[in-house]
Design a binder for this molecule. Sequence first.
Ligand code: UDP
Ligand code: MG
Length: 138
Amino acid sequence: MEETVALIKPDAVERNLIGKIVERIESNGLEVAAMKLVSLTKKEAEGFYKVHAARPFYGELTEYISSGPIVALVLRGENAITKWRDLMGATNPENAEPGTIRKDFAVNLEKNSVHGSDSPESVSYELPFFFSAMEVVK
Ligand code: UDP
Ligand code: MG
């Protein structure tokens, strides 16, 4: 079984989409192994997205992610990383497949409702960023 980290971003929490997004997770063979509502400071958001520090959108992205509450989750299942990325859809909702979360809920390229780790290496950084070992169910 693989684990991945999902975030429900501020634009989705603000529009009361937590339940709808968790429903997609639960009905597509992924188990919720940890979940919490958190708000990040700008500094914490910069830490989370440090891989993007050199990108032109880094300032706006970290401003946005720290603009309101987010939900952080650990998802577990077979091929959880890919499965969750597939359910999310393409980064830009204009390119996302019908039926994906970003196609159905995203506002735009930045406010695209959800995050998912893109590799086991990303999971190794992102999971302990949000959760202690005790907070992830066995
Ligand atoms: N993003 C943005 N402008 C861009 C590319 C990305 O605002 O040109 C934001 C968007 O919220 C995206 C996040 O930065 O989800 C991280 O980008 P990444 O390329 O890692 O996309 P993801 O892995 O989230 O699909
Ligand atoms: Mg990414």
